[in-house]
Design a protein. Structure first.
Length: 119
C-alpha cells in the first residue's frame, strides 16, 4: 500500500504562485508515473500533469506554460510549481502514483490538498 504526504496548498491571489509537494512511501515495487489531478466543485477529476520515472511529462492544455512538474525519483517525491494562478485553478489537488511489477500495476491517490485562487 502506497501512502502519501501532500503539502503546499493554500489561498493565493490571482497571478500568484504555489508549490505542491507529494512524498510517496510504502511502495514494494517500482513507481512509474507520478502526477497531479484536480477536482473542482461539481466537476469531474481531471489531469493536471504527470511525469514518468524517466522524466517524460504530460500537461493539461489549461496549465501549459504556467505549471511545471518535477520529480525526485530517489525520494519518490513529486512537485508541482504553479505560477500565474487563475481563479479557475481553484480545486482540490490530488497526488497520484502508478506502481508497477511485471504485468501488474496499481493506482494510488493522496488525500488531496485545497488550492484556492481569489480574483
Amino acid at each position: 500500500q502506497v501512502h502519501f504526504v501532500e503539502s503546499g496548498g493554500g489561498l493565493v491571489q490571482a497571478g500568484g504562485s504555489l508549490r505542491l509537494s507529494c512524498a510517496a512511501s510504502g511502495s514494494r515495487f517500482s513507481i512509474n508515473v507520478m502526477g497531479w489531478y484536480r477536482q473542482a466543485p461539481g466537476k469531474q477529476r481531471e489531469l493536471v500533469a504527470t511525469i514518468t520515472s524517466v522524466g517524460s511529462t504530460n500537461y493539461a492544455d489549461s496549465v501549459k506554460g504556467r505549471f511545471t512538474i518535477s520529480r525526485d525519483s530517489a525520494k519518490n517525491t513529486v512537485y508541482l510549481q504553479m505560477n500565474n494562478l487563475k481563479p479557475e485553478d481553484t480545486a482540490v489537488y490530488y497526488c497520484y502514483a502508478e506502481e508497477v511489477y511485471k504485468l501488474l500495476r496499481g493506482d494510488y491517490w493522496g488525500q488531496g490538498t485545497q488550492v484556492t485562487v481569489s480574483s
